[in-house]
Write a protein that binds this ligand. Structure first.
Ligand code: DGL
Length: 272
């Protein structure tokens, strides 16, 4: 089946985190249908090797492609950091990751060219944000300071978003950014937008926070428009959710990430 403007947007992540990207897509492109796959059986990706994350990502993409998507959004920073070239080479539809949109948004916002990046160990270790920021900055240059903040992921999943525990963790992770004079901080992990308030409190009002999710949705909107693939008006969009482990926890935690009800999620097996 050849995808056309009526086809859904495919989105995948290691689990619930990519729902922050889906939320931005749904709000910027309310007429679009979406298929979301959360690889909840194999989460987390952030602590795994690039080779393994690439293998999982190709499986996720193949699953969504079979269901006729018109564009693939890699709504996971770790998968975007390590698997984007392999995905782009393997897929016959456009592939959008979250790293380039986030990096470009940071460069638009920075005043002094001092950009901080936080993400999973896999994302930071890959150097993908650092490379993208430097390439996009060109001769103007940019100073990048990057740090993995792995404890933010379980805090966001537990819904532990305010109070002493996340504040203490954020102070420990982010102190060096405050002292180092960073003026813009990229939230380079799908879970971090949930902790935006506590991160903002710790780094202070002089630091601009950049959410890759919003920037990615803008890129997807531009791409669909450019290629004449925007869903025609007048048809109610559908939103389907797939998971690779039992759906209960995904639905419960996911509603917090998505900010709306998830009526159901279908469990699928990608280990074939
Ligand atoms: N979705 C992942 C990311 O944005 C975070 C969760 C995980 O480690 O799988 O990097």
């Amino acid at each position: 089946m050849r995808p056309d403007s009526h086809s859904p947007i495919g989105v995948f992540d290691s689990g619930v985190g990519g729902l922050t990207v889906l939320k931005s897509l749904m709000s910027q492109l309310p007429g679009e249908s979406t298929l979301y796959l959360g690889d909840t059986a194999r989460v987390p990706y952030g602590t795994k090797s690039g080779e393994v994350v690439t293998r999982y990502s190709l499986k996720n993409a193949a699953f969504l492609l079979e269901r006729g998507i018109k564009v693939l959004v890699v709504a996971c920073n770790t998968a975007s950091a390590v698997a984007l070239p392999a995905l782009a080479a393997a897929l016959p539809v456009p592939v959008v990751g979250v790293i380039a949109p986030g990096a470009r948004a940071a460069l638009r916002r920075t005043r002094g060219g001092q950009v901080g990046v936080i993400g999973t160990p896999g994302t930071i270790r890959s150097g993908a944000y650092q490379r993208e920021l430097e390439a996009a900055a060109g001769p103007a240059g940019v100073r990048v300071k990057a740090r993995a903040c792995p404890l933010f992921v379980p805090l966001a999943e537990e819904g532990w978003l305010t109070g002493d525990v996340p504040r203490l963790v954020a102070r420990e992770y982010l102190g060096e950014f405050v002292r180092g004079g960073v003026d813009t901080l990229v939230l380079g992990c799908t879970h971090y937008p949930l902790l935006k308030d506590i991160i903002a409190e710790v780094v202070g009002p002089q630091v601009v926070l950049v959410d890759s999710a919003e920037a990615t949705a803008e890129v997807v909107a531009g791409l669909l428009e450019e290629r004449g693939l925007l869903a025609p008006a007048g048809r109610a969009p559908f939103h389907h959710f797939f998971v690779t482990d039992v759906p209960e926890r995904f639905v419960e935690v996911g509603e917090r990430f998505l900010g709306r009800r998830i009526p159901s999620a279908e469990q699928v097996d990608l280990t074939f």
